[in-house]
Design a protein around this ligand. Structure first.
Ligand code: GLN
Length: 564
């Protein structure tokens, strides 16, 4: 905590083009400062949706869900993973939220007698949000990421708000970091600074002079180009930092630090919080030159845009750092299996583990059912997430419990056996935004199960985002057929974890999966699914238990299959 209790502000803007990794850059800056200071991230999005919850993941990428049930931009995933904070919905501003509050205030009479205008009213409201969050969270540093690219019409009001912030909190309490792009055009083979100059010009026309420029580039910036950017953009030469392309985003804080970024920030803001990068350094070393590898197949329907499954990819990468195995991802579009274009055996050939992730609607579901049948019958380690759990239940009901035509009412409203059905509290909801069962919910885990071994706890809090559930009317039939409901809501109504009996004896430590030669697997080596999204809470230093278990089981089985 800073001694004078004054919050400092770091504003991160982006230029030239989108997709340069502004969220990662902001989170990396936060990571460098977070050893001693409380860093609270805010993200400002220009769109008019209240939140991204109603957007198609193919368009927007993954919808990240917070403990408090907020559906937010996937950058919050980076913040939670890099800053070790539990973010809140109100830390994500959208123009949708801002305008609806302005309209409410206007109707209430808060502006009586006045013409309500973008400036001052909208901008003032945005600024008041910064101060509110800073105060409520007792933030040492409020890290504000302005969405989009400078010059975008929809973000102008945010840019104006962060400009005015300087006058409000004082020059010494705010710093501006601008992320740009330095291309090295093929054929020319020379680093080019013009796009950076032009985007800084756009920023300066709006009254903001950056203190630091981070230039994304495929190679480290030459000193001469740094000098040129420094001169044209009026920044210190050592405040021009290369945001080099990396294979692994967790390296970014280390790369920034090597170029002296935390010291530049300390000096500008008059703070001192030396970064502690040891744990990450060790874990990242584990990822270097891996010769052992496994393949995990991810079988879903948004596989064209990997961003739709961003947190799943992250969770697997965390497991990779702890198991010292490279994890190759194989993306399988289950519509192809469903339409007979891709035989399931071929799709899963050589896969050491399979994930069926969350999803909505009927497209591709019969393909997912085929995948799950195959992994169940062939002893391939399996993890089902949310929709993946529901599909696993449908598969089991149909093919093991003999409930012909079993389905989810989401897929077939007239099914004879609605083994997955809409939750009663969801039935009368007709509004789509923010109305699912969202956020962290408690599950009670049955001792002696795989889920219990993995979490080593009887109580688990994971995040949710769904409308449907395993129909309680079928719990008994499923259990009689051998499906274990290993975790449920406190009132036992909602099945939170299901699994197949595995070679585990009760209470046995799952780490024994890592010693495959000394054990034999039981009915299925690893078949578990959850109604929650455990990937959302996975951290580099602490991988999500269900993913970690999947990875370990996949490695163990691969070892077991190796000829001696
Ligand atoms: N479509 C399913 C439901 O609403 C699953 C949702 C999900 O996978 N996130 O219950």
């Amino acid at each position: 905590m800073l001694s004078n209790k004054e919050t400092k502000f770091i504003v991160v803007t982006g230029g030239v083009l989108s997709g340069l990794g502004k969220g990662i850059a902001a989170a990396s800056i936060g990571h460098l400062l977070s050893s001693k200071l409380k860093i609270i991230p805010m993200k400002l999005d220009g769109y008019l949706n209240t939140d991204p919850g109603t957007m198609n993941p193919i368009e927007h990428g993954e919808v990240f869900v917070l403990d408090d049930g907020g559906e937010v931009d996937m950058d919050f995933g980076h913040y939670e993973r890099f800053l070790d904070v539990t973010c809140k919905f109100e830390w994500n501003l959208t123009m949708g939220k801002i305008f609806s509050e302005i309209r409410e205030k206007e109707r209430r009479g808060d502006y009586l007698g006045k013409t309500v205008q973008y400036i001052p009213h909208v901008v003032d409201l945005i600024k008041s949000k910064f101060q509110e969050v800073a105060k409520k969270e007792k933030a040492d540093i409020l890290l504000i990421e302005v969405g989009g690219t400078v010059g975008d019409m929809e973000n102008e009001l945010y840019i104006e708000a962060v400009r005015q912030l300087r006058a409000e909190v004082g020059e010494k309490n705010v710093m501006y970091v601008h992320l740009t792009y330095v291309p090295v055009p093929s054929g020319v083979n020379e680093q080019k600074s013009k796009p950076t100059q032009q985007s800084v010009n756009l920023l300066r026309q709006r009254g903001i002079k950056p203190d630091v420029i981070i230039a994304r580039c495929s190679e480290y910036l030459d000193q001469s180009i740094k000098r040129k950017i420094a001169i044209f953009c009026d920044v210190d030469e050592d405040a021009v930092i290369t945001g080099i392309d990396v294979d692994d985003v967790y390296k970014i804080p280390l790369i920034f630090e090597k170029q002296g970024l935390s010291e530049i920030i300390h000096k500008k803001l008059g703070i001192y919080s030396p970064p502690d990068l040891r744990v990450w350094e060790t874990l990242l070393q584990n990822l270097e030159g891996l010769d052992k590898q496994i393949t995990i197949a991810i079988c879903g329907k948004y596989t064209k845009l990997e961003d739709s499954y961003a947190s799943i990819i992250e969770a697997l990468m965390h497991c990779s750092a702890h198991t010292k195995h490279r994890i190759n991802l194989r993306w399988i579009e289950t519509t192809d299996i469903e339409e007979g274009k891709l035989p399931v055996r071929k799709a899963l050939e050589g896969a050491d583990g399979v994930i069926v992730p969350g999803g909505f609607g009927s497209r591709g579901t019969e393909g997912k059912i085929e995948v799950i049948r195959y992994v169940r019958e062939n002893g391939i380690p399996f993890l089902g997430i949310c929709f993946g759990l529901q599909i696993a239940v449908i598969e089991y009901a149909r093919n093991v419990c003999g409930l012909k035509g079993a389905n989810s009412t989401e897929i077939d409203p007239k099914t004879e056996h609605p083994v997955v059905d809409i939750m009663p509290e969801q039935k009368d909801i007709d509004k789509k935004g923010g109305t699912m069962r969202l956020g962290a919910y408690k599950a009670v885990i049955r001792p002696g199960t795989l889920a219990y071994d993995l979490y080593n706890s009887e109580v688990v809090w994971e995040r949710h985002r769904h409308r449907y559930e395993v129909n309680p009317a079928y719990h008994e039939a499923l259990a009689e057929g051998g499906l274990v409901i290993s975790g449920a809501s406190e009132d036992q109504r909602l099945a939170e974890f299901i699994e197949l009996e595995c070679g585990h004896s009760a209470g046995e430590d799952t780490s024994s999966i890592l010693q495959p030669k000394s054990r034999t697997f039981g009915k299925h080596p690893y078949f578990i699914a959850t109604q929650a999204h455990p990937e959302l809470k996975s951290k580099l230093s602490e991988p999500a238990p269900l993913f970690f278990g999947l990875t370990k089981a996949a490695i163990a089985l691969k070892e077991l299959k190796k000829p001696n």
